[in-house]
Design a protein around this ligand. Structure first.
Ligand code: BYC
Ligand code: FE
Ligand code: FE
Length: 458
């Protein structure tokens, strides 16, 4: 039957992929992992694939027999296999917002292949891109299968909006920012894909079973995206530290000397981390949110790993400490736990980032360099929530806007920093070779040897 909605949507999707997907590699053979089934062996099939022929498809984690809703006012009822009429608009909105971020990230990253520091990194970028595109596919499948005409219209809209377009931007802030260089790409996949992880974990708890099953499978792919980001930043740090030691430079703040070695100075790494972390915090919405409370009460979106938490899963009389402005400075205030759910998820996110920062700092310490990457206070550089209207230092002290403006370039990447990083971005196409600003990975993808040809350029 040629009239099936997914089939009608597919040509527009492929058109989007070819015009907005990775620039320059559509004909190349890429060593990709393709998911062909959701069981443990099914989703780790590696082979050379031309990206337009990648198997984008619908993959749902296996149905759990007798699954029940685990929180909110419908707790204990059988999970829904169809959309309950009263929650249709809210569920559709959640699917649309989730779906909108996926192609946005592909659009943001579409020029990066041209400056990939190695074939290994190029392959990882393209793997992330096909999987994000598959995540769009997965949300569109839900919209078309369960939301009728409105869902089909939303599916079209997902192919019309464009990251950074002033007239038809993507829906959430961070997805309209540029990803201008590979350091930003690694920071983005470390920090922003991790928001993806937290949001998908919450949706995986949903009482709407098809959404739960889809997002559970997406999470298996998300783990690799965060690995690419976290290990990518780690390799940049490693290379910088090695070069500093070899040249006998001890002061990490001697930026000119470090940059003269052709590596990225640690203060610039800190500024990029400040930027991407604060942009990602905005993705959790406002600290106090009735949307979040309703989504929980109605069984649509749970807490992070709700099924492992031990309480009544209702939160009716509970409170949660929320960082707010108290007498003009950040301070903790107890708020009703239900309206504080965005804050709670954001706190879980911040905890989840700690292991990565620790690993980076271990690398710096091992090299004997006196520097630590420290993530900024949540009040710093915010555009959403209670700190949107104020300026704060990375330590969380609220300061006048003029003082912030005067210090901005110490805390966030300046145009000069951007120009310097851009000057290092050159394409490396020889198998096993790496650009001078990044260390090789410890092991290859799927245990391939160091000189493996991850992309056969055509
Ligand atoms: N930018 O009650 P509020 C990923 C809007 S990333 C612009 O504070 P709520 C990925 C909000 O929509 C994961 N607008 O917040 C990563 C609302 O508008 P309406 C993506 C924003 O609704 C890397 C109003 O402000 N998935 O997968 O509780 C690569 C008041 O909202 C923003 C999801 O986010 C913003 N930052 O929470 C690829 C999951 N924040 O309704 C992919 C689905 C808020 O008044 N989304 N607003 O017009 C949600 O769960 C929620 O919509 C949000 C916002 C957490 C985003
Ligand atoms: Fe995704
Ligand atoms: Fe991702």
């Amino acid at each position: 039957m040629s009239g099936l909605p997914m089939e009608r949507w597919h040509p527009g999707y492929l058109d989007w992929w070819k015009t907005m997907g990775p620039e320059g590699f559509q004909e190349s053979l890429v060593y990709l992992r393709t998911a062909i089934g959701v069981d443990p062996d099914g989703w780790a099939t590696f082979d050379y694939v031309k990206m337009p022929e990648y198997r984008w498809g619908v993959l749902l984690a296996p149905r759990e027999e007798g699954r029940r809703i685990g929180f909110g006012q419908h707790m204990g009822e059988p999970a829904w296999q169809e959309v309950p009429g009263e929650y249709r608009a809210t569920l559709r909105r959640l699917c649309v917002i989730q779906g909108d971020t996926e192609p946005a990230s592909v659009e943001q990253q579409r020029h990066l292949g041209m400056t990939a520091p190695s074939l290994y990194d190029l392959r990882n970028l393209l793997q992330v891109n096909v999987e994000e595109a598959r995540h769009l596919w997965a949300m569109v499948y839900l919209l078309q299968k369960y939301f009728g005409k409105d869902g089909r219209e939303e599916a079209e809209g997902l192919l019309v909006r464009r990251s950074g377009d002033p007239d038809k931007p993507r829906m959430l802030g961070a997805f309209n920012e540029a990803t201008p260089d590979w350091l930003s790409f690694f920071m983005f996949t470390h920090f922003t894909d991790r928001d993806g992880k937290m949001q998908l974990e919450s949706l995986a708890q949903s009482g709407f079973d098809p959404l739960s099953r889809t997002t559970r499978f997406m999470l298996t792919e998300e783990a690799h995206h965060m690995f690419v980001g976290g290990s990518g930043v780690g390799r940049v740090i490693k290379r910088t530290c090695e070069a500093m030691r070899a040249a006998g430079i001890e002061d990490p703040h001697d930026i000119a000397a470090v940059r003269a070695l052709g590596v990225i100075d640690l203060p610039t790494l800190q500024k990029k981390a400040n930027l991407h972390y604060s942009l990602s915090l905005d993705l959790f919405g406002s600290e106090i949110s009735t949307n979040a409370a309703n989504a929980f009460t109605n069984g649509l979106k749970g807490r992070y790993r709700e099924d492992r938490l031990e309480d009544d899963h209702q939160l009716l009389n509970d409170t949660y400490p929320v960082l707010r402005l108290v007498d003009g400075q950040p301070g903790m205030v107890d708020e009703p736990a239900l309206t504080a759910l965005n804050m709670r998820l954001r706190d879980d996110y911040t905890n989840d980032t700690a292991a990565g920062t620790k690993r980076w700092n271990r690398e710096i310490k091992k090299a004997g360099i006196d520097f630590r990457i420290v993530l900024p206070n949540v009040a710093f550089n915010r555009a959403i929530g209670v700190f949107a209207g104020v300026e704060a230092t990375p330590e969380g002290e609220i300061i006048p806007a003029e003082s912030f403006a005067a210090r901005r370039d110490d805390w966030l990447p300046s145009s000069g920093d951007g120009d310097f990083v851009a000057s290092l971005m050159h394409r490396e196409t020889e198998p096993g070779h790496y650009a001078g600003w990044i260390a090789p990975p410890r092991t290859g993808i799927n245990n391939q040897p160091g000189d493996f040809e991850y992309v056969r350029l055509q």
